[in-house]
Design a protein around this ligand. Structure first.
Ligand code: ASP
Length: 345
């Protein structure tokens, strides 16, 4: 029998409607389990549950909870074949991306899922998402190895590499997409895996947990007409160590001299600035257009085709783990650590 540990942090999937206010509020695990008898009828898969008390709306989840979830995985690593993390959809891509960097040399599945409608609602997507996520977390090949030993998100009918995902829809059941990397599996009548797309860790290396995040980072989104005072307010923030610079198209920015000077001064102070395109699909290609040359000259580095969620969490973790070594952080931001970027050779 396979064993899966279900770690419930909360989110819509475990919520119920509060009679007084009409708003969705977190339910306790007993209420949730009463709606999900299938969990214990799954036959070949034993499901155990660890739940946060109280359950948390994902807008309130950050590095502290990421660490607790990662520690739960590590402390039960040898007892289970795989892990499912129940999580609100709003920040799921951030948390799941963070876990993908925290759990180095992962060799078991950690599948995040949630739902757009609470489990108690008749048309809820909760049951399908959760039951399929459990099956994926338990899935092994003929040699007994996990089929997808990565941190992933399963939602509606697709399994995505977590650090490639973005929440794209607040309405439809297909809430997530992975714009720059194909799905690792599709679930219909059968679950069809794409093993050639899976990222496999070196099995000779033990699992290593990284937990130190430095949150002195910012996302600066450029727009036509952006004023120097706005850019300065961000780049001159006290204690700032890293910036995700959201640029146009293939990584372009206005060619104003003041912008170049501000970016260069920030880089010279030791702030790491990474160029991330505002487009969902495609990659930064600095130097393709003249309007990105200034960024290169200022010392801004390429984020390639990374998502903002993955870049932000990778940056916070690298800064936290290497507090005195900007060179290492800059180098690793340009490397593919666990499938989060595509670097053309
Ligand atoms: N606000 C909820 C959350 O992220 C939304 C959801 O789960 O879909 O926790």
């Amino acid at each position: 029998m396979s064993k899966v540990l279900l770690i419930s942090t909360g989110g819509t999937i475990t919520m119920v409607r509060d009679k007084a206010s009409g708003a969705l509020v977190p339910a306790d695990m007993e209420t949730f389990k009463a709606y999900m008898p299938e969990l214990f009828l799954a036959g070949e898969i034993q499901v155990d549950i660890e739940a946060f008390t109280p359950q948390i709306d994902s807008s309130d989840i950050g590095p502290q909870i990421w660490e607790q979830v990662a520690r739960m995985v590590v402390s039960h690593y040898d007892e289970y074949d795989g892990f499912v993390v129940l999580h609100g959809t709003d920040t799921m891509s951030y948390s799941a991306s963070a876990l993908s960097f925290m759990l180095e040399n992962l060799s078991k599945p950690v599948v995040f899922t949630g739902s757009q409608l609470p489990v108690g609602v008749l048309r809820s997507d909760a049951k399908e998402n959760l039951l399929t996520a459990i099956e994926i977390a338990a899935a092994k090949d003929e040699d007994g190895n996990a089929i997808v030993p990565e941190v992933t998100i399963f939602f509606e009918d697709r399994l995505f590499r977590a650090n490639r995902t973005t929440k794209r829809n607040a309405e439809h059941f297909s809430a997530f997409n992975s714009y720059n990397y194909p799905a690792l599996a599709k679930a219909g009548v059968h679950i069809t895996y794409q093993p050639h797309l899976v990222h496999y860790s070196d099995l000779s290396q033990p699992l290593r947990l990284h937990t130190k995040f430095d949150t002195n980072v910012a996302v600066l989104k450029l727009f036509p007409g952006i004023q120097p005072a706005v850019v300065r307010a961000v780049l001159r923030t006290r204690g700032l160590k890293g910036v995700v610079l959201e640029t146009f198209g293939a990584g372009n920015a206005p060619s104003d001299k003041w912008l170049y000077r501000e970016l260069k001064a920030a880089v010279e102070k030791g702030i790491i600035i990474v160029n991330k395109t505002q487009c969902n699909t495609g990659s930064v290609e600095m130097g393709l257009y003249a309007v990105s040359l200034n960024l290169m000259k200022a010392g801004v580095i390429s984020g390639y085709d990374i998502t903002t969620e993955a870049l932000l969490t990778k940056m916070m973790l690298l800064l936290g783990e290497n507090p005195d070594d900007t060179a290492i952080v800059r180098r690793l931001l340009g490397e593919d650590l666990c499938g989060e970027i595509t670097i053309d050779k």
